[in-house]
Design a protein around this ligand. Structure first.
Ligand SMILES: Nc1ncnc2c1ncn2[C@@H]1O[C@H](COP(=O)(O)OP(=O)(O)OP(=O)(O)O)[C@@H](O)[C@H]1O
Length: 379
């Protein structure tokens, strides 16, 4: 029987080795069969957008989980659901093993203290008419109480120091427009840290920043993972940065997780045909920008998703089984999972091969989507 969480749990979690294996640790934040269907506006029917379907996800102290996938695959929706910025359609969110659904202002505030979000656009998330001091003192007051004078100054110093905005005097009275994009994102991270959170949900935290400063922000987040034992969800369409930064990677396709495992093996030896396509779509495996461009593409219709495996219309190996039955996430060895019938023992399973060879070229995801669309149009 798991013991109920205590007030010292966070402290003891942080005191331990942040790289403890997941095997003997328990997730801080967990989503179970999480689902989000948005009603389609303008339809007088019950049509919905299947943005997120049956997603299981676990975040552990001192570990980073990356959520990768092309645009429209449901990544941001998952972050917003986990931040409880909107309600789920179904499923559960558990914090320290307990149902964490916020049912009012007070419980939402308690939740937000532990689960903070960092957004893609640091300029949009900071108020242009207020200084760094204002943003941080406000967050400190909300989460730690009304500190005054020297105590407040010490808290401000500590936060800015943590995000490496030093000397503090150079930054604390600046307005957002007086800072670079990277400095603004550091302020946004400092504001989140004012809550002393256990979990950071980082939704594309580097995608709007200049390429030259992206690594600095990822290294800062890594430092927070290691020094503070914070659990981080890192959302990106850039699988190369996931490999660099995340311990574990989950690959999303059309609202579902299609593959998961440690980042190194998912990126070096992808199992699901979609992951293979995503990884093969960048000409230079170490070129983050090229990879990001290649991974973008038209998302499939989420109002009427294809039956069976959602990737089947683009998959060169798809059989009738793939077109009719949804594959569950199956164990494919070494703690890895893939939602592909090719890894089942069904007699009618598809015979998998190299996706790139099957296409006869190195297509981008966008190109394969376009090929599928023109096939559809010809039918
Ligand atoms: N408020 C909403 N109302 C209706 N549909 C929505 C809403 N928010 C998101 N969607 C739809 O849900 C799907 C998933 O969107 P989401 O933003 O989560 O994807 P994403 O993977 O984060 O994409 P991106 O990388 O472009 O941000 C998309 O089809 C999107 O149009």
């Amino acid at each position: 029987m798991p013991t109920p969480p205590t007030a010292t749990d966070a402290a003891s979690r942080r005191a331990g080795d942040p790289h403890d294996t997941e095997g003997d640790a328990r997730p801080v934040l967990r989503a179970v069969k999480m689902r989000k269907h948005f009603p389609v506006r303008g339809f007088r029917s019950d049509k919905v957008v299947h943005a997120v379907d049956d997603v299981d996800l676990e975040l552990y102290a001192g570990r980073v989980v990356a959520l990768v996938g092309e645009s429209g695959s449901g990544k941001s929706t998952i972050a917003r659901l986990l931040a409880q910025l909107m309600p789920t359609t179904a499923g559960q969110i558990l914090l320290d093993g307990e149902d964490a659904t916020a049912r009012g202002r007070k419980s939402f505030r308690r939740y937000v203290k532990r689960v903070q979000m960092i957004f893609q656009d640091p300029f949009g998330s900071l108020n242009p008419v207020h200084t760094v001091r204002y943003h941080l003192t406000r967050s400190i007051r909300i989460h730690r109480g009304n500190l005054k004078g020297a105590e407040m100054e010490a808290a401000l110093d500590e936060l800015l120091d943590r995000v490496h905005l030093t000397p503090v005097d150079r930054y604390v009275d600046k307005y957002p427009h007086e800072l670079s994009g990277g400095q603004r994102q550091r302020v946004a991270i400092a504001r989140a840290l004012a809550a002393d959170p256990d979990v950071l949900l980082a939704d594309e935290p580097i995608s709007m920043l200049d390429v030259s400063i992206r690594l600095g922000i990822l290294n800062l987040l890594r430092d927070l993972r290691d020094r503070l034992g914070i659990a981080i969800l890192y959302i990106t369409h850039d699988i190369a940065s996931a490999r660099y930064f995340a311990d574990k990677t989950l690959v999303m396709y059309a609202g579902r997780v299609v593959e998961s495992g440690d980042s190194e093996s998912v990126t070096q030896d992808p199992k699901h045909p979609y992951t293979q396509l995503l990884i093969g779509s960048a000409p230079d495996p170490d070129d983050m920008e090229a990879r990001a461009r290649g991974a973008r593409g038209e998302a499939p219709s989420l109002v009427t998703p294809p039956p069976g495996c959602r990737f089947n219309p683009r998959c060169p190996f798809a059989t009738d089984l793939c077109r009719t039955e949804l594959p569950p996430l199956m164990d494919v060895g070494e703690g890895r999972k893939a939602a592909c019938w090719g890894y089942s023992d069904r007699p009618d399973r598809p015979e998998l091969g190299s996706v790139l060879d099957a296409y006869g070229e190195r297509p981008t995801v966008a190109a394969s989507a376009a090929a599928h669309d023109s096939e559809e149009a010809a039918r």
